[in-house]
Design a binder for this molecule. Structure first.
Ligand code: UDP
Ligand code: MG
Length: 321
């Protein structure tokens, strides 16, 4: 079986017990109709519900299933990386969420659009059903900010992780072992010809999203700090601007004192300038701190994840360096 797998499907799973069976049935139907040999690698990302037991059941019934059980919850980006590390497909790898928001049926169009001279087919949402207005607005803003700051890499808007990649692109992607992983950005950073496929994103079929606004904000921060040092430059420019205005104000005060003489006044202006500068300095330290924190985490050079158990998979020691 090992040598003949052409396409791997990688599915990170965190507390997805209510949708997994339906997901696997639908995925199986689609993959069988495509006519390539395939496997599906489910990564259990430290779920606290019945996810792992269900995955083991699926594996018993279907030898195309491989299960990677991580030692704890590492978060989607790392669970996805673990799955990609273990994918055996020689031609291509598909990444899809377990919650049926990415309909497995779209894979059929993905494979048909895919050709030898295209290394990636990414699915772009036509609309975001079942998501709040605030989430739509914030995600719209995020993609626009990233487009401005992305340093020549353009992350396509309204695109998640749902995509098909060639083996060549995947091998290059897996060389990037940074701890702060913003996968959507990394996929694009690799480059190679890619193609867009529009699809309707469905609402979650069951369970609930593990991304609240706080984690989405952190993901956005990860995206910006992983791909741009613009916030650091912004602080510098802001510093210059404030210094220039302060210098002008200083000259005005000195001239005033020389010409008119000194009256001990100006408590309000003194306080507001001190408070304003204090605020600016704290924000600047915070921005620098965000980057230093990331440098700190990267220098520890820890493995990205640990695997607790495998099913239908012989672990390769070179994985997860
Ligand atoms: N996921 C994961 N680890 C986590 C959180 C999520 O593996 O810590 C998986 C989850 O099971 C799903 C995918 O990542 O397959 C997307 O998660 P979710 O649906 O919660 O995100 P959203 O669609 O709301 O962005
Ligand atoms: Mg989802």
């Amino acid at each position: 079986m090992l040598a003949s797998i052409e396409i791997s499907v990688v599915v990170p799973c965190y507390n997805e017990s209510c949708v997994l069976k339906e997901f696997h049935t639908r995925l199986g139907i689609v993959m069988e109709s495509i006519g390539h040999t395939w496997e599906v690698v489910y990564v259990n990302d430290g779920s606290s519900d019945q996810t792992l037991a269900i995955l083991y059941d699926l594996q018993k019934q279907d030898k195309k299933v491989a299960v990677i059980n991580l030692s704890r919850n590492f978060g989607k980006e790392i669970a996805l990386t673990a799955g990609l590390d273990h994918a055996r497909g020689t031609n291509g790898v598909i990444v899809i969420d377990a919650d049926l928001q990415d309909p497995p049926e779209v894979i059929q169009s993905m494979v048909s659009v895919w050709s030898h001279d295209i290394d990636m087919v990414y699915a772009r949402r036509r609309m975001r059903d079942g998501e709040s207005i605030l989430k739509k607005i914030t995600s719209w803003m995020f993609y626009r900010v990233m487009a401005k700051l992305g340093n020549r890499i353009v992350i396509p808007p309204d695109t998640g992780d749902f995509r098909l990649m060639s083996r060549r692109l995947l091998n290059d992607l897996l060389q990037m072992r940074e701890r702060h992983r913003f996968m959507k950005g990394l996929f694009c950073w690799v480059g190679y010809p890619s193609k867009e496929l529009l699809y309707e994103r469905a609402p979650r079929s069951g369970g609930k999203t593990s991304f609240n606004y706080w984690s989405l904000w952190n993901l956005a921060l990860e995206g910006i700090t992983s791909f741009s040092v613009f916030p650091l430059q912004l602080v510098t420019y802001f510093g210059f601007a404030v210094s220039f205005v302060s210098a002008c104000y200083g000259i005005w005060i000195i001239m005033n004192t020389i010409i008119i003489g000194s009256h001990v006044k100006g408590y309000a202006s003194l306080m507001s300038v001190i408070l304003f500068l204090g605020g600016v300095q704290l924000i600047s330290l915070g921005v620098i701190g965000e980057y230093i924190g990331r440098i700190f985490n990267e220098t520890k050079n820890r493995p990205l994840y640990f695997v607790e158990s495998y099913r239908n998979y012989a672990p390769k020691p070179e994985n997860n360096k």
